[in-house]
Design a binder for this molecule. Structure first.
Ligand code: ATP
Length: 289
């Protein structure tokens, strides 16, 4: 039997970094949003009893370094089926190293798919606990939707959905290394913080414009010259009529929020000609209750 599951990308409506904790991790406060850009996962039994992945991208590892494989190991262990062989086939569309949680989302899709195959054996909360063993963003990706994430990103609170809109996502050629950004934060403390409370209030009131005025990511402030390209893409999105634009996660992808779908399509078409990747997407609601 083969089963399929979609692995949706995430965007950061906001990203704030607080104090470094005793365990060396930074305390994060992020408003996250699932969007329709997705990888497709197919899970099939492997006759040879091995657990491995396969994907359309040659530079992604297919062994235990792949977060999808890691997630499957964690799930099978918890289900007492450690010896089971599976082939996880990924059709990747989410750009890699873009700050869109591509790998984490694949991992979460594996957890949902295997749980479906096991007849819904684990609850959403149990899957989120398993997800924490795989990576910080994986717990959010289990149910997705619109959520506030704290701690390392694993302390989650569901929020009212982002009002209907069209989102243009654009990634330049370069990727930004996550450890490098966190190191920079240690030497140059964050000067400006997002208005997270204002975003929560705007979501409560379903005021898209008020959300978009508050899009903010502290990592845009600590980056190097490459942030000029990020700023250029933001300007281009705003010129096309975006209500707001911001870098997602640790970058390098940038997105803009539109109410006019035609303007969004025009912006994506133009940016696609100049940068590595550009697409149109929509917000996606919660995947599991
Ligand atoms: P995040 O927003 O969580 O920081 P990202 O977009 O910056 O994510 P990813 O694209 O998820 O980063 O992954 C980057 C690294 O993870 C790559 O070096 C890649 O080799 C590795 N990786 C492991 N598993 C996967 C996967 N299933 N898909 C993509 N990358 C993966």
């Amino acid at each position: 039997m083969e089963i399929q599951e979609k692995a949706y990308a995430k965007l950061n409506i906001s990203l704030d970094v607080g104090a470094k904790r005793a365990d060396g991790y930074h305390e994060m406060v992020m408003v996250m949003q699932t969007v329709s850009l997705c990888d497709t996962l197919s899970v099939r039994p492997a006759e040879d009893g091995r657990l491995s992945a396969r994907s359309n991208l040659r530079f992604i590892p297919n062994d235990d370094r792949n977060l999808a494989v890691k997630a499957a190991r964690v799930f099978l262990e918890a289900a007492g089926e450690s010896g089971r062989g599976l082939l996880l086939e990924l059709q990747k569309q989410i750009p890699v190293g873009a700050g869109m949680a591509g790998g984490s989302s694949d991992a979460a899709a594996v957890l949902r798919a295997l749980n479906r195959m096991a007849g819904g054996r684990f609850t959403r909360q149990e899957l989120e606990k398993l997800a924490e063993q795989v990576g910080s963003d994986v717990a959010f990706c289990v149910a997705g939707g619109t959520a506030l994430a704290r701690g390392r990103g694993e302390v989650l609170e569901a929020l009212p959905s982002l009002p209907d809109c069209t989102i243009v996502i654009c990634k330049p050629e370069f990727s930004i290394s996550t450890p490098e950004l966190f190191r920079k934060l240690d030497s140059a403390p964050v000067r400006h913080h997002p208005d997270t409370a204002g975003i929560l209030d705007a979501l409560e009131r379903q005021d898209l414009r008020a959300v978009c005025r508050r899009l903010y990511n502290v990592f845009e402030d600590v980056g190097d010259r490459r942030m000029r390209t990020v700023a250029q893409i933001k300007s281009r999105l705003l010129d096309h009529g975006a209500l707001g634009a911001v870098m997602t996660g640790t970058g390098s992808a940038v997105y803009g929020v539109f109410t006019d779908a035609d303007a969004a399509a025009r912006a994506a078409r133009e940016l696609r000609g100049e940068y590595r990747f550009a697409c149109v997407a929509e917000p996606v609601g919660r995947l599991m209750e």
